[in-house]
Design a protein around this ligand. Structure first.
Ligand code: ADP
Ligand code: ZN
Length: 434
């Protein structure tokens, strides 16, 4: 089955905006049936008729994660509970979970988006797809399962973990496409090596779909090199269904946001004013094709930018850049704002550096410090004082250059730093609280 929806994916801006306005009006009708938006629309004097162009969306106040949490569980539900058929909730990386409900229409629309996203990277119905992702409340499992089935691909619901079994499944069924979080790939590669296998030769893999957590272009290049296939970035969040919000195409030059289903804005997280294309700010998204649980102008807390210009693939839906971080994962050390991804970018460029690292923030003698534990690829380096010194000095200089704070570096053997269950945790903050 073809999931190249040409009319939608290459629509002119004017047609797309007209279509978005129609969908926004329908979305608002549903939203008004929820307790939360009903109250809000009454307070703000908003009716579906207040919207003459899609740009009028700016009349609606932003929705935040706190709004969703405070109205837990049913405050945003916009249809009769008897029509709801599934819920998902976020992994709660940064606090209490938020819950999203779906009716049949919503699940159908989501499956369609994932099928389209997979097709965009080159997945076809002749592929064998292994979904290495937790099934359950986490959206990456069932989300991809239904999407891949919609595309017509033989799908192995492998679930997360148990790498030897994953490799066996890949070999038994000649898996050609896998989906996983990027921080799992180095671990998987280690297990291939323990089994005396080279993933570039021992499998039929041709496409990797990686997403759900921040990673740098340098990490992607390493993943592609280790696995010998192209890796495509997948962006999504539970509040906007999960995966299938924005996806890289074969050009690998940013992720197309599916604008027929999500309205995209980038704002300055402090002033809340819109930011021009090309500049980094907070991504704000509105669901345009969801009935049970519409979410309007949702502040994702993810920092990115719209990539100006056209994509060589001819799709017209705008592209967002790799997520630079979340507004809440930035930390401030001695007055400097630092994102873990800035550190990762530096580390992953250095060939001697392995694939895992951890940033520790500590207070020592009343001074706040950043200690970066870094795995090295070749443990022998740790026994060679001059090489160890040289590498340490090199990392210190490069990191200081990027983040303006001098870190302490602790080089450690491969596979000694803790691996997270699920999404990688890159920063541990042990500083004294004043
Ligand atoms: P939680 O917020 O509890 O982790 P989700 O599982 O819904 O819940 O995670 C969504 C978040 O994951 C996004 O808001 C974003 O911060 C991150 N994320 C998802 N996909 C990507 C990606 N491709 N690159 C970077 N970050 C991503
Ligand atoms: Zn493209």
């Amino acid at each position: 089955m073809s999931y190249w929806e040409k009319d939608i994916e290459t629509a002119t801006r004017a047609n797309l905006e007209r279509f978005q306005l129609e969908r926004l009006q329908t979305t608002l009708k549903f939203a008004k049936q929820s307790q939360y938006y009903n109250r809000l629309f009454n307070k703000e004097g908003l009716t579906p008729e207040s919207f003459k162009s899609i740009k009028d969306i700016s009349k609606i106040p932003f929705t935040t994660k706190d709004d969703l949490r405070e109205n837990f569980p049913y405050g945003f539900l916009a249809v009769d509970k008897k029509d709801v058929i599934r819920l998902h909730s976020s992994s709660g990386t940064t606090g209490n979970p938020t819950v999203i409900f779906h009716n049949k229409h919503d699940l159908d629309s989501w499956a369609n988006l994932i099928a389209r996203s997979m097709y965009t990277t080159g997945v076809r119905e002749t592929d064998v797809f292994q979904n290495i992702c937790g099934y359950g409340l986490f959206t990456g499992g069932l989300g991809f399962q239904y999407g891949a089935e919609r595309l017509g691909v033989l799908t192995i619901p492998a679930g997360a973990g148990n790498s030897r079994r994953q490799i066996k499944l890949m070999q038994d069924y000649d898996t050609t496409v896998i989906h996983t979080i990027p921080s799992y790939v180095p671990h998987l590669v280690d297990v291939f090596r323990e089994m005396n296998l080279d993933p570039r030769i021992a499998t039929h893999l041709r496409i990797l779909l990686i997403g759900a957590e921040p990673h740098t272009e340098e990490t992607r290049l390493r993943i592609q090199e280790m696995m010998g296939v192209k890796a495509f970035n997948s962006y999504g969040l539970t509040e906007m269904n999960g995966p299938g919000v924005a996806f890289e195409c074969e050009a690998q030059q940013g992720m197309h946001v599916w604008e027929d289903c999500f309205y995209v804005e980038i704002i300055n997280p402090e002033t809340l004013e819109p930011i021009v294309d090309g500049e980094i700010g907070e991504l704000v998204l509105t669901t345009l094709d969801r009935q049970a649980n519409p979410v309007l102008r949702y502040r994702t807390q993810d920092l990115t930018r719209i990539i100006p210009g056209n994509c060589p693939c001819s799709r017209t839906h705008r592209r967002i850049d790799r997520i630079k971080g979340r507004t809440d994962d930035m930390f401030i050390l001695r007055g400097c704002n630092i994102f873990p991804m800035q550190v990762e970018k530096i580390l992953m460029k250095i060939p001697e550096v392995g694939n895992n690292y951890m940033i520790l923030l500590e207070t020592n003698n009343d001074v706040d410090e950043m200690i970066i534990e870094v795995e090295v690829k070749d443990s022998l380096l740790l026994d060679n004082y001059s090489r160890l010194e040289k590498l340490t000095r090199h990392i210190i200089a490069e990191v200081r250059n990027e983040v303006l704070v001098t870190p302490k570096i602790k080089l450690v053997e491969t596979n000694t730093l803790p691996k997270s269950e699920g999404k990688a945790i890159r920063v541990k903050d042990f500083r004294n609280q004043y």
